[in-house]
Ligand binder design. Sequence first.
Ligand code: ACO
Length: 428
Amino acid sequence: MDKNRIATLTMDDGRSIELPIMSGTLGPDVLDIRNIAKLGMFTYDPAFFATASCTSAITFIDGDAGLLYYRGYPIEQLAEKSDFLEVCYLLLNGELPDAGQKETFTGKVKEHTMVHDQLARFFTGFRRDAHPMAVMVGVVGALSAFYHDSLDINNPEHREISALRLIAKVPTIASMAHKYHTGFPFMYPKNKYSYVENFMYMMFATPAEDYVPNPVLVRALERIFILHADHEQNASTSTVRLAGSSGANPFACISSGIAALWGPAHGGANEAALNMLEEIGDVSRVKEYVQGVKDKKYRLMGFGHRVYKNMDPRAAVMRQTCHEVLKELKLENNKLFELAMELERTALSDPYFIERKLYPNVDFYSGIVLRALGIPTNMFTVIFAVARTIGWISQWNEMIADTDHKIGRPRQLYRGAVKRDYVPVKKR
Ligand code: ACO
């Protein structure tokens, strides 16, 4: 394969097979194990600890070094210098836009910020106390029913318009989920605002008052969106790819990604991390709580990562953003933030966490920032979904554009009953 490098696998019965070694532009080499089928065998790697499920040119992570690049650009540079729509363009198209491309792209996204008026009726079918992620799974999936004119996934123009619709409409749907839950009227998007300002407007404005976005808070949310925009083949992205590999439409695929994101081991961790901080309640209880973690009674939410065995680079940016937001809001002595800092200090100096290479992940601090911005806890994972939509759609698009892609179909190691004959109920 790459430079004809080969590994040889020899079986206990003497048979052997050559496995090509593939190299990427960055990261470890990868063994192409497809020849193993010639031995009449499969490989076994539940939870994908050692398996690359695809090739991709979008996002690179070096978990040992704590690096994250979008299309080659370090996340710290993008978080500091870029804005979310520029990052969307980059992830989708591979390059940063020039001034004209940026203006056109921004204009196209703004054209699609409203949702079909009938979509609003879906909300009233939900209980007011429904979790907004439940509403997101349903309503984003329901977009499939509205755009039959552009659902030919093999047509690049159709894929582009679906991508634009998703980037533009998911924030509108997210804010509607929040308004419905709290009983306030829906706020239609206002395209005079930037993408993030508009989202904050739809979330926080009411028809009764003027709304003036605070630039420090807008910048903080912009950073949260940038930091969460993509993260290579995580659980929700792999779900989107697997659903998309069957030819399902992009709205249905993104809805499946939202469902996968919801779990506390993935996107639900930001909500769980904030609930945990509130449960601990006071700095004086940190040691006792950490002991409970070490006794395996519960996990420290917002800590640990499958890939990062060093500081999550997004967590470092988020901690800085946390400082900025709390200062702006004159909440420097915020109790939860102090608690989080103490928890981080205690965990990072404890052998349990050091030996297992458990560091804070992005969700450890994002909850405090979101809380300070006035976003209710049950909307935290929804914010993550809004930001990750661009990653999902870029990864889906990359897969569909590859004409060699096939339906994803893992195999299994069967350990069930061997063949047996049916016994009538009276004889059982
Ligand atoms: N608190 C305490 N111990 C932990 C934690 C944690 N947060 N995470 C892992 N461990 C321990 C495990 O108990 C295990 O210990 P053991 O070897 O004694 O059995 C060891 O570390 C390895 O854990 P695994 O579960 O095998 O690691 P895995 O890579 O499968 O899990 C995961 C990664 C799911 C993120 C895990 O670290 C976790 O549950 N973290 C808390 C939830 C969280 O913050 N998720 C957000 C992830 S980032 C994101 O989605 C944006």
